[in-house]
Write a protein that binds this ligand. Structure first.
Ligand code: CA
Length: 219
């Protein structure tokens, strides 16, 4: 899952970014509203974590512009503006959820997971499919009830595919979920992670559709 963090406070930004990456999210960070706008127009994110008080362009304006483009990206506002009127304005501008600083980081992560679930059309907190289960809250993967150790990127590939059984994801779609700006992408990276997953989960859990990408079959 790839997240955009918009935060002008260097200390908060660094801290949140570190936690997001420790949770295996690919995360990009920008510090003002204009850069946020630019990033949102060109990159494909799974969630936006948005501060409101920002240089160059206010967070609410960034949010309104996003929704005017009919972009359905899940948006979680994280701001020091704690008045009821501020919260209402944020939600009515198109945010999906709202936390007030100083927030508890574990609660923030739980809200992120909930939004990602809902945006994928799911209510169940654990992915379960063909003997494999993935729990994003505990980061536990199981095969037929036995724990399986996955690397952060194997996890990210598997999560993207298992979230929508039967849906084909191209290599570049998977790369977008795996890598932030600061990462170097080697040309066969996705193949390497899929190969690792097959060794751990069996050869047929993830299928290759030649020339097109990868799919976790429905049945
Ligand atoms: Ca701010």
């Amino acid at each position: 899952m790839r997240l955009l963090l918009v935060e002008d406070d260097a200390m908060i930004g660094e801290a949140v970014l570190q936690v997001l990456r420790a949770e295996h999210y690919a995360a990009d960070w920008v510090r003002d509203g204009a850069l946020a706008d630019a990033a949102l127009k060109v990159e494909h994110y799974d969630l936006l974590l948005l501060d409101l008080g920002l240089p160059r362009r206010d967070g609410l304006e960034v949010l309104r512009a996003l929704r005017q483009r009919h972009d359905r990206l899940p948006v979680l506002i994280a701001t020091a503006r704690d008045g009821v009127a501020d919260r209402i304005a944020g939600l009515d501008a198109g945010a999906d959820d709202y936390v007030v600083k100083p927030f508890d980081i574990d609660e923030l992560l739980a809200r992120i997971r909930a939004l990602l679930r809902r945006s994928a059309g799911r209510a169940e907190p654990v992915f379960e499919h063909r003997g494999v289960s993935l729990n994003p809250a505990t980061r536990e993967a199981m095969l037929h009830g036995q724990p399986v150790a996955l690397s952060a990127r194997e996890w990210a590939v598997l999560e993207a595919l298992i979230a929508r059984p039967g849906a084909l994801l191209s290599r570049s779609q998977l790369e977008e979920k795996l890598f932030s700006w600061k990462d170097d992408i080697s040309s066969n990276a996705v193949e390497v992670y899929v190969h690792g997953l097959r060794k751990k989960l069996g050869n047929d859990f993830i299928q290759t559709v030649r020339g097109l990408g990868y799919v976790v079959p429905k049945e």
